[in-house]
Structures are given as C-alpha cells and as structure tokens.
Design a protein around this ligand. Structure first.
Ligand code: FE2
Length: 431
C-alpha cells in the first residue's frame, strides 16, 4: 500500500515544499531563505549541457551537505567497478541462480554484490550490475554513488526508499532511479528484499525516441513519479557511505542528511510502474527487435547505440502470423544481461528463474533452448496472451565482464550451454 504523495512527469521542472513558503519565488538563491534554510544546487549534468539534457535541482535545507566529517576508506565487500581487470572476460554464454536471501541480519549496503561491469566509471561510460538481498533497514546509514545513477529493479519485497528529495514506496513490478550523488536509505517493508541494480556510469537515463510510433506509447512521461519534499530535524549521528571511483568510503554526520524542506528542478529520484508500459508489437508477422520494449535509455556518443538500454518483456498479446514467435536466434554487437522479475521467460522454460541472471556478450550466439524451438515451430498460431512473465535486459554497447565473484560462484550454472544441446539438424534435402 502506497500512501505517499508524488509529483508526476518525467524530467519535469518539479517544485515541492514541506513547509508553506519554504520555496523561494522567482529566484533560486535569495540573500535569506525562509525558515533560515540554506540554498544548495544539485547538478547531475554539466552546467553547460544543452537545455534538453540539462538536469539540476535547487534544494533548501537545514544545513548544506558539506556540514560533515572526512571520508575514510572502508572495505569494498563484494562491490566492484569497471574497469575490472582481475579476470579475462570470456565470450561464453553464462547464467546464474538467484542470490540467496540473507540468513542473518543484513542491510542494503552490506548486501551489495557486483555481478558484472563494463566501460570505465572514471570516464563515465558503461555500468556496474549489482544485486541486493537484504532484510533490515540501514538505520542511520545513508548511501550514495558518485560513480553512477542507480536504476533499481526489485524482484522481491516492498521497500521504502528515503532520499534527500523525499520518500518513495517501491514494490515488485516498479523500478526506481536514484540520480548519481543523491543520498538515500533503503528500508525493507514486511520481509526480505532482493533485486537488481544497474549503476549507470554514463548519460542519465532518458526516454527513447518514438519515431513513427507518434506522440504516445512505450513509457509515457506522466507515469514517472517523483517524491514530494520531506525533511527530518534529527540531530542524531549518521554515517554517509559513498561509492567513489570504485571504492567505498564513509564519513560521519551529526544529523540526518534528509533535511531538504523544499526543492525545485528536474534532477531527483523517480519511480515507474512497469505495468504502465504501453507495449507495442507486430500485428502482422515477424518479431520486432527487442528494442521495441525499451523503457529507458542511456545514450552514448554514438548515435542510436546505447551506453545501456533498460528493456522489459512484459505480459502482452502475441498475434504474429506465420512466425516463429519466441525471440529469434541471435548474434549481436551489443551485450545483453538479463534478469527475471517474475514468472517465466518465453525463450527459456527451464533454469532461468525469478531472481536469476543470464549474460550473452558481444557477438556470442544465443536464442531459444532446443525444447522451445521444437514447440514454437509446431505451435498453432492463435492469438495468445503471455501472462505471468516479466523479464528485463540491460543491453550495452560495451562488452559486459562478470566479476570474479560471478565467475567462480556456485550460483553460476556451469551447464547453461546444455540447454541448446538438443538442437538437431533437421535438413534432409527436402523442401
Ligand atoms: Fe539477443
């Protein structure tokens, strides 16, 4: 149940105040701010980024963010950052079982485990792919990444995410995006939580162009929810954990950083319910490329070639005539990392379970398993509703390197390739 109030509209210039009159009118930085607040700008693009790309917000808070102690290096745990040079990146297809739920108390930060990375965080290209699996709140710890924006894809459990910009209640079937640098805390609601994270080192996510589809469809701007201002006047000690250039640091703070009384701007966390995605697909024949299901894209400097696309495979009707309906066999210059939020994915009926992951790297062949091929090649092609399915993909122009943890973990299905072993030659010279 989500009783919070939100502001709607992707990338809007939102404005919100938790106390009446806290937001300055007509200017951003008056000599004195009402309620004796400090004004602080938060820039997640360069000042000089083109207007259409520019993201910044003004916050009005009890103290400026620099009112804190020095950072000290802490253990990185299983968190990794590109470029990872510990092991060569093999071109094999790979698949993993879900990260287990914790068997003792564990918060979001301590639960982070990096599965793969690509690009280079210091040049702001590529991404890190992490999983979380937690069962307790962060108490007075707060996290932020300087290395990237965090797209969180819950797979299990509701959570309350408190951020400097306000609170978001996030459920399975929703995603949340926390801009680079925004401080936040995660609290599981009513049980353990688990999910995936794309730490996008590159250009912040935007909505894909629609081209001839027109002015509506795919993810619509109105369905993106931003928090309303929330603050706490809390002078108890807190700890800030920062991921910076691939390392974790912590710094003391003698108060809560969630002290923004009002804010205005377009750089803030947001959430989106994937069931709002307006699915567009063929009504004649053949399978459109999976880019038809792109929810958000982080563009790179090569036009039409994403730093990372976030793509979903949601419940939908399949009506294609005279068509092999599952995803086609494929080799791709782009690298594909998949996860399964719930149900079953149509190309893999066995072994790819909710919470699991698969990786098909640059030019590595992949496609439906043998059993699915046989079934789909002989299926009666009546209109069919795909139910109980929600898979997603992080697709990137840069090869995706599994971490040493992912390569050597018992979670890795060393026999993944065998799902294609039954693919026989059917050719017999006859038409
Ligand atoms: Fe593919």
């Amino acid at each position: 149940m989500d009783n919070l109030s939100y502001l709607t509209g992707f990338n809007n210039e939102h404005e919100t105040e938790a106390l009446p009159g806290a937001l300055p009118k007509g200017q951003f930085s008056p000599q004195k701010v009402n309620y004796k607040l400090y004004a602080e700008q938060f820039s997640s693009t360069a000042f000089t980024a083109p207007r259409a790309d520019n993201r910044r917000s003004w916050t009005y808070r009890l103290r400026p963010s620099i009112a804190m102690g020095d950072f000290k290096k802490i253990d990185n745990g299983l968190v990794r950052t590109a470029p990872e040079t510990a092991i060569p990146c093999p071109p094999n297809v790979m698949r993993w079982d879900p990260i287990p739920l914790p068997d003792s108390e564990c918060d979001f930060i301590d639960s982070l485990v990096t599965i793969a990375t690509n690009g280079d965080a210091k040049t702001q290209t590529g991404m890190g792919i992490h999983c979380y699996s937690a069962n307790m709140d962060m108490q007075n710890r707060v996290f932020y990444s300087s290395d990237g924006e965090m797209l969180i894809v819950p797979q299990l459990g509701d959570m309350l995410i408190t951020t400097e910009f306000g609170k978001l209640h996030v459920s399975v079937g929703e995603i949340v995006v926390i801009p680079r640098g925004v401080r936040f805390a995660v609290k599981p609601l009513g049980g353990p939580i688990r999910g995936y994270i794309c730490e996008n080192y590159g250009h912040p996510f935007v909505l894909p162009e629609r081209g001839p589809v027109g002015a509506n469809g795919y993810a619509n701007q109105r369905d993106f929810y931003y928090p309303t201002a929330y603050f706490e006047d809390n002078d108890t000690p807190h700890t800030i954990v920062n991921k910076f250039c691939g390392n974790l640091f912590e710094a003391p703070l003698d108060h809560s950083p969630f002290d923004v009384v009002a804010w205005v701007g377009n750089s803030a966390p947001y959430k989106y319910n994937l069931s709002r995605f307006n699915v567009i697909n063929t009504v004649s024949f053949d399978h459109p490329d999976p880019s038809i299901f792109t929810v958000l894209t982080s563009p790179s400097d090569l036009e039409g070639t994403a730093n990372v696309d976030f793509v979903i495979f949601p419940p939908r009707w399949m009506v294609a005539e005279n068509t092999f309906r599952p995803p086609y066999y494929h080799r791709n210059v782009m690298s594909e990392f998949m996860g399964l939020i719930e149900g079953m994915y149509d190309a893999k009926e066995h072994g790819f379970v909710p919470g699991g992951m698969s990786l098909h790297n640059c030019m590595t062949p992949h496609g439906p398993e043998a059993e699915v091929f046989d079934k789909a090649s002989n299926a009666e092609l009546t209109p069919q509703r795909y139910e109980n399915t929600l898979a997603f993909m992080f697709e990137s122009r840069y090869p995706i390197a599994p971490t040493a943890f992912a390569m050597h973990s018992d979670l890795r299905q060393k026999d993944y390739l065998s799902c294609w072993k039954g693919l026989q030659k059917h050719y017999d010279g006859e038409k």
